[in-house]
Structures are given as structure tokens and as C-alpha cells.
Write a protein that binds this ligand. Structure first.
Ligand code: ARG
Length: 572
């Protein structure tokens, strides 16, 4: 049902016959026909023959008639591919009869561990955690829908030296007061107060140092106070996840501390493998291919000079556990690009140690920053980092106001529902619709606009179709005959058939802007169709056909948005 793949499958043997070796036919949508293949051009250069001759030879070899496709050489040597109306109509009917919209569950299910969100205990979540959470959630939804076994891991920062000072601050405040402070969701105030004391007060510093030792030594009271910090923070993070409407739950927290008991073993094994080198009192691995600005090999510090283990050791232990115990063959890390080198080095060391080897593969899904209107890193008015909840609440408030101003008769409950779905949807879509590795500017007007490549545009298209279908009274009949009376109907049909191909592509790339871009094209094709082709006023067969196209569009938009973690609304 994936048209692009079908054409590609049919052209590949023809190209291979002409070239004498496998060639990717490079099929894509075409402004001149339904699709085009550009592969003859490069092949001609390789074979030293005229491109049009190559293209003609491919046409002669290709078997396309039985699927209703005709091919024609055009321009310097393109192949224009046109699907017959009959074949297209047939594919649309089959698509409409498929609850999965042409996307079969994967034939090769994998265990995929997705490491995402990962805020730090007793610290506010910032916009970097927003990106990680939103992208990770989309990855989880998509891979899960495709039938992979997905393990969500929220690699909470819940360990390390700051906990000495945090626990001492908690003791100073008293447990009840500390718990109250933290439950108000003002984690930064708590953290900053501890920090200020630490910087100003030597006695506090000393207490904090001793507290770290007690924590690492497993002292019971210290552990209990640490737990209190972790639990309060987790509770708070869960409220953010709830507001953000992501699938992360309390069961998915697996903080850095969860790997404590494995760290000594990791370092011992690296030593046994001969990978460990002392460097300034610390124990390091120097993975191949990493050097600093001075050309000196770069160390990954697995045990610090004070004997403690840090971030890299924990990631090595976690990786080993994910492959060894969870049986992961795909390991995803949704973390900002500044940590690119950290992950590259961790993966290299894990490979050298034999903990990461095919079929298991690790990928760092790095992402850029969110910028303010001034084009610089997003900052609060006071100059600090922007509090995530504040941002989400603002999105919801703005979307609610917009909904009310567009429709003053809206009752409060409906306005709230729309405000939440549109506000949160807009935030997520603004993030997922751009190249993940790029920075983007947080622009309220643009992301809440009803036109453009935005969530509200897609949600509105969906709601509009649902309203047409409600007015039609009956559901579209699956045994309808599809009629292409106008070119817009045809264009919409071709777009609908592209869903499976895009989902398959994103399964590999996890570049969600490809899916977002597809949904935007689909909604645009629908709007063009709707402008040109009356649905409810059409008669008989034509009405049925158009209703079916409309319904299929709604289902595809809904599923696509759902994969991005964005809600659809029946009315807007
Ligand atoms: N807690 C870290 C931070 O806030 C992110 C952790 C990412 N995951 C990992 N396995 N290192 O930057």
C-alpha cells in the first residue's frame, strides 16, 4: 500500500538489469507526474551513456502495467511515473479497510530502550528537558505502535556530590518544611538556597562533604533523607508529565543511583580488559579516535581521583545493563547536543569492552536549543533559566484565550479542553516539526497560528473534517467506489497513500519533522480538496467517494498526531 515503495520495488530490478548491479531508483513525489525517479542521471554518468537512453532502457525492462503504472522519460533523463486512476482508487479502498492505515506491525520486533527526560532531583526541569521529554515520548509512541518492545528509562540525576549539601539544607529547614517547599514545585529555590549556604559557609561545606560520605556509605538516616528529596522531586516531575500529556509514569524512573552497585564491577572489568589507565589519580579509558584541542588523547574518567564514580561510569553501567539484562538491541539517548562527545566516548568504550556489539546499537538523538525572540538561549526576565511549567501554563493560557476570542459562546469546560490540547500541542509540534539538531526560536504567535506548519492548523483540519462527517450523518461506506472528478481528489489520494512510507522512514531516522511535514502536506491537500470539491452537496457515488477520502484523512491526521503525542479535538 506504500506507493513509493511499490514503485521502488518495481523499478529496482529494471535498474539492476541495465546497470549490472543494484541501484536505488530514488523514487520521490513529482511536480510533473505522481512520482519520479532520478536515478538514471547518476547511472548514466557511471556507465558513460546518455541519461535518456538509460531511462528508456529502464522503462523497457520494468514491469509496471499490472499495478496500473505508466512510466515516461522526461527532461534530461527523469522517469515520470503515473498511477492510473483505477489502480489508485483500488489502493485507497484497501487503505480505508485497514485499521492500521497501511502500516503493518514490524516483522522484526526489537527491544528498544529509550533514555529520555532525565531531569535532576531537587532542580527545576528546564527547556532542554522539555525537548528530551517531547522527542522521547514521540519515539516511544511510534516504536511501540510498530510493535517493538519499548522500555522507557527516566535516567534521573539522583546521585552525586550536590546531595551532601541538599541533604544538609533539608536538615536545616526541617523535614516538614523542606517537603512543603519541594512539593510547591519550587525546586530551584531550594537548590539555590543550599548552594548559597555552601558557597558562603565553610562549616556547611564540611557538613556537606561528610554527608556525601555517609550517603555513599549507606548510612540509614542519610538514605532516608535522600529518598525524601528524590520522592518529592519525582512527584513534582510527574505533575509536569501530566500537564505535558506524555506517557512517562512513576514506573519509569530509574535514576543514576540504580546503578551504584554495578559501578565497581564496571571499573574492574575495564581493568581486566586492559582498557584502564591511571591519569592524575583518576582511572580513565582513552577510547580511540578522541583527542582534545591540543591533539592529546581524551580520557573518559570512570573513577575520579577521590575514588568516587561519576556520570560516565554510570552511563557505562547502564548501557551494559540495558544490553545484558534487558536484551536491548536498540539503545536511544535523547539528550542535548552538548553531550554528544560524552555519548560518543561512552559508546566507544562500551564497544571496546564488548558490551555494545551487533545486533545491539546505540544512538544519541541529540537536539539543539530553544531560543528566545532575541535569537539567544531562552532566559527568564531575571536572567535565569526558564521554568518549564511556567512555559506550559503560558501556552495553555494563550491557547485558551485565543479559543475564547474566536468563539465567545464557548463554555468554560470546552475552552479549557481546547486550550490544553492546542497549547500543549503547539509546544510539542514547534519542537517536533523542526530538524532535531537545529536550534529554534520559541515564537508564540507563530506556533499558535491557525495557518502554517503548526499543531493548531492540523488540529483545525481534523476538527473540520469531523464536523463534515457529523453533518453527513452516516459513516463512509468501505465498499464505496472512489471517483476522481477533480485533480484535488487525486492529489489527496496520493498523499494518503504516503503515510506508511513516512512512518517507516521515521522508524529508522527518528526525525519527527518528516512526519510533521507529511501531516502538514496532507492537511494542505485536504484543504485544497475541500475548497474545490463539495462533499455534502455532491450526489450519490461522488458524495460517498468524497466522504471516504475525508474520513481517511481524519484517521490519518489523528493517528499521525497521536504518534507525535498531540491530541485531536472533535470541535475547535
Ligand atoms: N540528567 C542529565 C541532564 O540533566 C541527563 C541524563 C541523560 N541520560 C543519560 N543516560 N546520561 O543533563
Amino acid at each position: 500500500m506504500d506507493l513509493e515503495k511499490l514503485l521502488s520495488d518495481r523499478l529496482a530490478p529494471a535498474f539492476a538489469a541495465v546497470a549490472g548491479s543494484p541501484v536505488d531508483p530514488l523514487v520521490r513525489r513529482s511536480p510533473r507526474a505522481d512520482f519520479q525517479s532520478d536515478a538514471a542521471l547518476a547511472l548514466a554518468r557511471r556507465l558513460g551513456r546518455p541519461p535518456r537512453d538509460i531511462a528508456a532502457a529502464v522503462v523497457a525492462h520494468a514491469v509496471l502495467d499490472d499495478v496500473g503504472v505508466s512510466a515516461e522519460v522526461s527532461g534530461p533523463g527523469f522517469l515520470n511515473l503515473t498511477v492510473s486512476d483505477l489502480a489508485l482508487a483500488d489502493l485507497v479502498i484497501r487503505l480505508a479497510g485497514d485499521t492500521r492505515l497501511g502500516v503493518p506491525p514490524t516483522a522484526t520486533p526489537q527491544t528498544v530502550v529509550v533514555d529520555y527526560s532525565a531531569p535532576n532531583v531537587a532542580k527545576e526541569m528546564h527547556v532542554g528537558h522539555l525537548r528530551s521529554t517531547v522527542i522521547g515520548d514521540a519515539a516511544v509512541r511510534l516504536l511501540d505502535w510498530l510493535g517493538h518492545r519499548v522500555v522507557r528509562v527516566n535516567h534521573l540525576g539522583d546521585w552525586g556530590t550536590p546531595f551532601g549539601m541538599l541533604i544538609e539544607h533539608l536538615i536545616d529547614l526541617g523535614e516538614a518544611e523542606a517537603a512543603r517547599n519541594l512539593s510547591m514545585g519550587d525546586l530551584d529555590t531550594f537548590y539555590r538556597a543550599a548552594r548559597v549556604k555552601f558557597d558562603a559557609d565553610e562549616a556547611f561545606q564540611e557538613r556537606s562533604r561528610l554527608r556525601v560520605v555517609a550517603l555513599q556509605g549507606g548510612d540509614e538516616r542519610t538514605r532516608r533523607l535522600w529518598r525524601l528529596l528524590v520522592t518529592q522531586s519525582e512527584r513534582y516531575f510527574l505533575t509536569v508529565y501530566d500537564l505535558l500529556d506524555v506517557t512517562l509514569s512513576a514506573d519509569d524512573f530509574r535514576g543514576e543511583s540504580a546503578y551504584n552497585s554495578l559501578l565497581a564491577g564496571v571499573v574492574d572489568d575495564l581493568d581486566r580488559l586492559g582498557l584502564l589507565l591511571p591519569s592524575g589519580g583518576a582511572a580513565c579509558v582513552f577510547p580511540q579516535g578522541f583527542s582534545g584541542r591540543d591533539g592529546e588523547p581524551l580520557p573518559l574518567i570512570v573513577r575520579k581521583s577521590d575514588g568516587g564514580y561519576g556520570y560516565p561510569a554510570t552511563d557505562l553501567a547502564a548501557l551494559r545493563q540495558r544490553v545484558g539484562e534487558l536484551g536491548a538491541t536498540r539503545l536511544l539517548y535523547v539528550v542535548g547536543l552538548p553531550q554528544r562527545q560524552h555519548f560518543a566516548m561512552v559508546f566507544a568504550v562500551a564497544q571496546a569492552a564488548g558490551w555494545l556489539r551487533p545486533p545491539a546499537q546505540a544512538e544519541h538523538l541529540g537536539f539543539g536549543s530553544i531560543l528566545g525572540a532575541d535569537g539567544r538561549m531562552l532566559r527568564s526576565r531575571a536572567g535565569g533559566s526558564v521554568k518549564l511549567v511556567g512555559l506550559l501554563e503560558e501556552a495553555v493560557a494563550r491557547a485558551t484565550d485565543l479559543a475564547r476570542s474566536r468563539n465567545p459562546d464557548l463554555d468554560a469546560a470546552a475552552a479549557d479542553e481546547i486550550g490544553r490540547a492546542v497549547g500543549i500541542g503547539a509546544i510539542k509540534y514547534a519542537d517536533l516539526s523542526v530538524d532535531r539538531t537545529k536550534d529554534y526560536v520559541l515564537d508564540w504567535e507563530r506556533m499558535l497560528a491557525l495557518d502554517g506548519n503548526t499543531a493548531p492548523y492540523l488540529q483545525y483540519a481534523y476538527a473540520r473534517i469531523r464536523s463534515v462527517l457529523r453533518r453527513a450523518g452516516t459513516a463512509a461506506r468501505p465498499d464505496t467506489t472512489i471517483v476522481f472528478a477533480q485533480p484535488e481528489e487525486r492529489a489527496l489520494a496520493v498523499e494518503l497513500l504516503g503515510f506508511a512510507g513516512v512512518v517507516g522512514e521515521v522508524e529508522r531516522s527518528l526525525e519527527f519533522h518528516q512526519l510533521a511535514g507529511y501531516l502538514h502536506r496532507l492537511a494542505t491537500a485536504f484543504n485544497a480538496f475541500y475548497e474545490r470539491c463539495p462533499v455534502l452537496r455532491a450526489a450519490d457515488e461522488l458524495r460517498e467517494s468524497r466522504l471516504l477520502l475525508a474520513e481517511l484523512t481524519a484517521r490519518t491526521l489523528r493517528q499521525g498526531l497521536h504518534l507525535l503525542g498531540i491530541r485531536t479535538l472533535e470541535r475547535m
